[in-house]
Design a protein around this ligand. Structure first.
Ligand code: NAD
Length: 404
């Protein structure tokens, strides 16, 4: 309808790389619901990592073909799926672009857990190989296809290194005074805190180069930690349900707290809990991506960078919020991560706000997560998987083991 077209733009053909994952699946459904033609590309590596870690999603994840059939039955919309490894199957990727001629590609297809990327040499090497090649192959294939495809990438707030610019974090670019006194607006310096975050910084440099050299339209979304499990679309049938990861590697801090609360176990805060993190609800992830697809940069414009964030909280305040809601105690444990004990974080999200984004806040939706996800599926949880399973270095490991 007219109102929809104003906000999200006209219907497009979109390839969603990583569309079987936690962010990719609900985003694919949302894009399909609002009238886009969606083709999911995924190598299902995330399902294999579940097997490797012996730690699955708390919610039951159905096979991709069943997910797609269910969506067709319920909505009448067709989703297509292609199993393809975009980091290792360049020729197939190129042929796919030439055949499908998409208007946009959304790139979720990376190894996204910081703790997993620090687990050991093989996971460090896999994360760099997979993430950097996935991004570079997409850029190369867009150039080689000669098509005008808008690339929308999911980056992370972590590229900024949490609060290091000393004030509100701007959207991607920052004014600096050069030694001669001139002011220049440059890509915000990056301070990654893990191998995973480092790959996102490398992605940003690849985007900067390919935009300058080949005038590709690129949007890089610096996203906060995504919370929430279901969206209006995934709630329609259990076969559409989204992932809920609670394990020490893939479970984000909030999911860990929710899981511990559902089991009546104390909430484990790392260090002083003074780390401030940015958050966004999964439904808003999908909406922001739809807004980004509907508002591509002009050809020749520099990489468009948005902070995809709703609100910021200190980890210990988050623990207090969950504790108040569930009457579960908080315990402070050694931090497996090498990071500052305390940090401030203020983030600008003006660009999405100006496009009409009104975020869902933790205070509104958290109880639903406690009751309808963590408690409902608590019987599927393996409590041994909640505590840290990866350490940033040997010093952190020894300290964590000493105080365990
Ligand atoms: P996820 O692991 O659930 O999903 C990633 C999907 O990509 C999986 O289905 C996986 O099988 C697929 N994939 C990985 N490598 C691939 C390859 N080489 N070829 C094809 N498919 C491949 O992760 P997620 O939480 O949905 O995150 C998606 C993106 O969003 C990531 O890039 C992540 O960095 C970013 N992000 C996520 C969060 C969060 O809180 N989840 C926060 C900020 C940014």
């Amino acid at each position: 309808n007219g109102e929809h077209n104003l906000k999200y733009g006209t219907p497009k053909k979109i390839i969603v790389c990583g569309g079987d994952g936690f962010c990719g699946w609900p985003t694919s459904l949302f894009l399909s619901e609002i009238g886009h033609e969606v083709l999911i590309v995924d190598n299902l590596s995330r399902r294999n990592i579940d097997n490797e870690l012996e730690a699955g999603s708390l919610t039951p994840i159905y096979p991709i073909s069943e997910r797609i059939d269910t969506w067709k039955q319920l909505s009448g919309h067709e989703l297509r799926f292609e199993r393809l490894d975009i980091a290792n199957e360049y020729e197939r990727l190129l042929q796919l672009l030439l055949r499908e001629k998409p208007d946009a590609i959304i790139h979720f297809a990376e190894q996204r857990a910081a703790p997993y990327s620090m687990k050991g040499s093989s996971q460090k090497r896999y994360t760099v190989h997979n993430n950097v090649n996935a991004t570079h192959n997409l850029l190369c294939a867009i150039v080689e296809s000669n098509l005008d495809i808008h690339l929308v990438h999911l980056g992370t707030m972590g590229v900024y290194g949490y609060g290091t610019s000393g004030g509100e974090i701007p959207e991607g670019y920052i004014d600096v005074v050069l030694p001669g006194g001139q002011v220049s607006n440059i890509l915000h310096p990056s301070y990654p805190g893990s191998v995973y975050h480092t790959t996102k910084c490398l992605d940003a440099l690849l985007f900067q180069f390919y935009q300058k050299n080949d005038a590709i339209r690129i949007t890089d979304l610096h996203q906060g930690i995504v919370w929430g499990t279901n969206t209006q679309q995934t709630r329609r049938d259990e076969r559409l349900i989204n992932r809920f990861d609670y394990d020490g590697d893939y479970g984000t801090v909030l999911n860990r707290f929710l899981m511990q609360a559902a089991l009546g176990a104390p909430l484990t805060v790392y260090g002083t809990g003074g780390q401030t993190r940015a958050f966004i609800h999964i439904q808003d992830t999908a909406k922001c991506i739809a807004l980004a697809v509907g508002n591509p940069p002009n050809r020749g414009d520099r990489v468009a960078i948005f902070n995809q964030v709703a609100e910021c909280h200190r980890v210990r305040d988050l623990a207090k919020l969950v504790s108040r809601m569930t009457q579960v105690d908080i315990v402070y444990v050694s931090n497996p991560r090498q990071e500052s004990a305390e940090n401030e974080l203020q983030v600008s999200n003006r660009k999405f706000r100006s496009l009409g984004y009104e975020p869902i806040l933790l205070s509104e939706g958290l109880l639903d997560e406690v009751v309808n996800v963590a408690q409902k599926y608590a019987h599927r949880c393996d409590p041994k998987k909640i505590l840290p399973a990866s350490y940033w270095n040997n010093k952190r490991r020894e300290e964590c083991e000493r105080y365990a």
